[in-house]
Design a protein around this ligand. Sequence first.
Ligand SMILES: CC(C)(COP(=O)(O)OP(=O)(O)OC[C@H]1O[C@@H](n2cnc3c(N)ncnc32)[C@H](O)[C@@H]1OP(=O)(O)O)[C@@H](O)C(=O)NCCC(=O)NCCS
Length: 163
Amino acid sequence: MADLRRTTEMHVTFSIDRMRERDLLQVVDIEEASGLNRWGYDSYRREMLKNPTSVLLVARSSHTTDSEVIGFFAGWTVEDEMHVNNIAAHPGYRRMGIGKSLMQTAIDIARPCGVKIVVLEVRASNESAQSLYRKLGFRFVARRRDYYRFPTEDAMVMKLAID
Ligand SMILES: CC(C)(COP(=O)(O)OP(=O)(O)OC[C@H]1O[C@@H](n2cnc3c(N)ncnc32)[C@H](O)[C@@H]1OP(=O)(O)O)[C@@H](O)C(=O)NCCC(=O)NCCS
């Protein structure tokens, strides 16, 4: 895999790597701490082991000896489209470029596989994620009423053309 090591301007060094089975407990901790609709350990593990179209990445802190996971990305590709299922940075490591690096790396991986469009849904109230996606060039294309549960909320569908 290409060298995915990136350094932020803010004194946090991290690498973006493929997610491994031993990362999963940390991934689900970040998922729970981020208020995301729960996938849970088994779903990520199934994706990792059974879905060859999965793109599963982690951001790993370079400052801790035990390779602490400080962010993750979960998506899959279908023909010329990549769907983003989940992305999160650890609450203690936000606004340090982790979300952006995870998404850019996933796109870098997907592009040579023929992916031309990246699609995602985001809660209508999730300003920080929408801001990240807009910064990366995503545009709103639709609104799905009551798409989310716990709490019920509309989804904004966003797309990015990458070819
Ligand atoms: C959305 C999320 C993944 C962003 O990750 P992050 O590592 O904090 O984001 P980055 O540092 O890469 O931010 C890149 C850019 O996105 C925008 N951005 C990110 N967070 C923002 C915020 N809270 N407010 C405004 N803009 C924000 C900014 O333009 C930022 O660039 P800047 O810091 O130079 O201004 C993170 O907030 C998160 O984990 N949220 C909880 C989980 C979630 O909502 N996931 C999305 C599900 S659809």
